[in-house]
Design a binder for this molecule. Structure first.
Ligand SMILES: *Cc1c(COP(=O)(O)O)cnc(C)c1O
Length: 388
């Protein structure tokens, strides 16, 4: 398999020492080495979640943990407010519907972040506290939108419903103070900001969420969070875990912590800024509104006349630069450029150069180096016109 440059919003480029950890000899998952591994991983995750509570690991991708959150926290018939701002938020709502919840959407225009005032108004109108839970997305990967989780926290706390947060592409990239801001369940996954291979999801829950789980009636077995917490307290997982992925995640988290959360967040934001500067120079426009840009994924509409599917295909086939397309109603209409993973300035500049070259190949009028130049200016910290 020739090396590709992955600029996806997950999975992402994984550093060589992380890949090598996958080849380590396996250990007994009921033995002391595994207990130490689990303790290191959860110990590294707690400050990133902003919690002193238990963080449990699941052998699944992120979606499995979203389903776990719903299955453990709600019972059939519960009224749940879905604050989806894109495809992933809608997936979270679809899971709740499948579990028999009565889901009410709070609609937000495409590209906008969830408006704390709109949320506050809806919750204030719920004087009888019919709404039992609120589904939120920290960072909406389909539109490149980041929600302001600090600003959303106070109306949510005032109402008191259980708050479930999909932070799969947010955690580790932008601050989330779970305990301080009062979020009840936060979900993350290995293959995004932590730059590990896919296969492990993480769930943290508040004390009241753990208590609430004792009384919910949705069926669950493999993904029963109570079993997961009980096993974790004995240095184990209830079932055989993906040990090799956990070896890799352990190394990835050590690398993440060596850089520090501030360093990693600044790196993602710096790359997102450079990508936006470059794409803007090429005539792309952004799906996300200017006050809602995500640091981990840039979603952009191509300029008039550019076939984005053909652009992505050629980038992949000719330059081995792999970007994402759109999802849902944005399928075939946008590209998405992820900024997480083990990538460096030269990788980013190479990818942007490849976009310029491919657009020229496709017969578009491009000034060679214009977008790369804009990216270099942004990476060098020089602010150019119109780019935040
Ligand atoms: C990637 C992602 C998911 C889906 O995760 P899988 O690991 O593919 O199941 C869910 N929500 C968000 C916000 C994501 O970015």
């Amino acid at each position: 398999m020739p090396r590709q440059l992955l600029f996806l919003p997950g999975p992402v480029m994984v550093a060589q020492p992380v890949v090598e950890a996958l080849a380590c000899p396996l250990v007994d998952h009921r033995g002391p080495e595994f207990a130490a591994l689990l303790a290191r991983i959860t110990g590294a995750l707690q400050p990133i979640f902003g919690t002193k509570g238990d963080v449990v690991l699941l052998g699944s991708s992120g979606t499995g943990a979203l389903e776990t959150a719903v299955a453990n926290l709600f019972s059939p018939g519960d009224c749940v407010l879905s604050c989806a701002v894109g495809v992933f938020g809608k997936r979270f709502a679809a899971i709740a519907e499948r579990y028999g919840c009565s889901v009410e959407p709070l609609n937000t225009p495409v590209g906008a972040a969830l408006d704390p005032r709109a949320l506050e108004e809806r919750l204030a109108a719920d004087t009888h506290h019919a709404i039992k839970g609120v589904l939120l997305t920290h960072n909406e990967t389909s539109t490149g939108v980041a929600n302001d989780m600090a600003a959303l926290a106070s109306p949510l706390r005032a109402h008191g419903a259980l708050t479930l947060v999909d932070s799969i592409s947010g955690l580790g990239a932008t601050e989330l103070q779970m305990d301080e801001w009062g979020y009840d369940v936060v979900v993350a996954a290995s293959q995004k900001a932590f730059a590990a291979p896919p296969g492990v999801a993480m769930v943290a829950a508040s004390e009241r969420a753990w208590k609430h789980m004792e009384h919910t009636t949705s069926p669950r077995f493999y993904f029963d969070l109570r079993h997961a917490r009980e096993a974790a307290r004995h240095g184990q997982t209830p079932w055989t875990p993906p040990i090799s992925i956990l070896f890799a995640l352990d190394v990835a988290l050590q690398r993440y912590n060596a850089e520090g959360m501030d360093g990693a967040s600044a790196r993602f934001a710096r790359y997102a800024g450079a990508v936006r500067a470059a794409l803007e120079r090429l005539g792309f426009t952004f799906v996300s509104s200017p006050d809602a840009h995500s640091p981990t994924v840039v979603a952009a509409y191509p300029p008039e006349g550019v076939d984005v599917k053909e652009l992505l295909k050629r980038l992949r086939e000719k330059h081995r630069v792999v970007l994402s397309g759109g999802q849902g109603e944005l399928a075939g209409k946008i590209l998405r450029f992820g900024t997480m993973g083990d990538v460096h300035d030269v990788d980013l500049l190479g990818a942007i150069g490849a976009i310029e070259l491919t657009l020229m190949d496709l017969g578009h009028d491009v000034t060679p180096g214009a977008a790369t130049g804009a990216a270099i200016e942004a990476l060098a910290g020089r602010v150019t016109s119109g780019v935040a």
